[in-house]
Design a protein around this ligand. Structure first.
Ligand code: GLY
Length: 379
């Protein structure tokens, strides 16, 4: 096997998480090589960019909520530093998120959600239909009520990825455009990455940031990461249509509309357990458009510019896998499921700290992979 590089840190995966880890580690003085044959073409390409710990919070997911709030608090400084390093904007929007219910049952469901949010001490306010439309005049008159979460924001995920590529390069990160074929194991230690072309990157530490592909990579001990398919749509011509993110329950089904880039809109997303099925289906597109148009009728006039399907890296408790793994030398930064963009800053910063000092910050401690061995509920 030919070594193409010897580096302090080899990162498998050049999506948002992998690049952010690489950038932060390089800023800590480490030499870093990222391996990816198509950086940013995985889940990062599909992500709507929501920074939404409150509106994504699920029942029995309080640890994940706390991690999300921690990462959300890091976003403004992370975005400012990234924009300065890359010289390009990342589209941080701080207009908050409005959740609306389409019919009476949906509004009842919002009431249950609001009670849960209040129980957790989260800031969310009920709005009447008129108040909701005052905030978002494009809402359909049929919308029955809303919930305003002023703290849930968004960024332009693709702009963040482009900025991370530039910032990482400027910080000295080397990008190897090849497919990761596996982790090299020497004795009982990970010592780098095997490349599909036949070469390898030898490294002191190896970081697994391959998203949904992290679950069964040769050389890696089995990890409980599975692909959760999401179909999303991108539309153009939406300048001034929405103030901030609109999420909706439409006859019990969820849809979100996230404005970005001046006149663009992401509409998402399905959530399907279908393995690595990459098909965009007629039913998926139909349901997303149907629900989006029910909530914001003007969507019917927009240009549909893109449809795509990618895979969230799902885990049994919907929370990421961070920190050391059972294989010495292999560090995990994967399993971010629905919160990859939100959790990028905290993942990058705790992983860089671990790589630079050997100590995992306390905020990441609940998210090490051995939690599944400790808790019979997940086995
Ligand atoms: N964060 C939204 C989604 O995964 O669809």
């Amino acid at each position: 096997m030919t070594d193409v590089a010897v580096t302090d840190v080899a990162v498998a995966g050049g999506g948002l998480v992998g690049l952010a880890v690489a950038w932060r580690a390089a800023r800590r003085g480490l030499s870093v090589t990222v391996v990816d044959d198509a950086p940013g073409a995985g889940a990062s390409a599909a992500a709507a960019g929501m920074l939404a710990p409150v509106t994504e919070a699920g029942y029995r997911e309080e640890p994940l909520l706390r991690l999300g709030l921690d990462s959300l608090a890091r976003w403004p400084a992370f975005a400012a530093e990234l924009e300065a390093a890359a010289g390009t904007p990342v589209g941080l929007r701080t207009a908050g998120t409005l959740v609306v219910g389409f019919d009476e049952d949906d509004v009842r469901e919002l009431g249950v959600l609001h009670a849960f949010q209040r129980e957790l001490g989260l800031a969310a306010h009920r709005l009447t239909p008129r108040e909701a439309r005052r905030r978002e005049p494009a809402l359909a008159t049929r919308v029955r009520g809303g919930l305003l979460v002023e703290g849930d924001h968004s960024v332009d995920g693709r702009a963040v990825h482009a900025a991370l590529l530039a910032a990482a390069r400027a910080a000295g990160v080397v990008l190897v455009r090849d497919r990761v074929a596996g982790v090299v194991v020497d004795g009982d230690r990970a010592t780098g990455l095997r490349l599909a072309s036949g070469g390898a990157v030898a490294a002191g530490a190896t970081v697994l940031a391959l998203g949904a592909r992290s679950g069964d990579l040769p050389g890696v001990p089995p990890l409980p990461v599975r692909p959760v398919k999401g179909q999303v749509l991108r539309l153009a011509g939406a300048a001034g249509l929405l103030e901030g993110t609109v999420r909706a329950l439409v006859r019990g089904r969820q849809v979100y509309l996230v404005p970005y880039g001046g006149d663009r809109l992401v509409v998402g997303a399905t959530s399907e357990d279908r393995g690595f099925d990459a098909r965009v289906t007629a039913g998926g597109v139909h349901d997303l458009l149907h629900d989006a148009i029910d909530v914001v009728p003007e969507v019917t006039e927009l240009e549909l510019t893109e449809t795509l399907a990618r895979w969230r890296p799902g885990t049994p408790d919907n929370a990421p896998l961070l920190g050391p793994s059972s294989l010495p030398g292999l560090v995990l930064a994967t399993g971010h499921h629905r919160n990859g963009v939100l959790l990028t800053p905290v993942t990058a910063e705790v992983t860089a700290e671990l790589l630079a000092t050997g100590a995992l910050p306390a905020v990441a401690a609940p998210f090490t992979a051995d939690r599944f061995e400790r808790s019979p509920a997940w086995s």
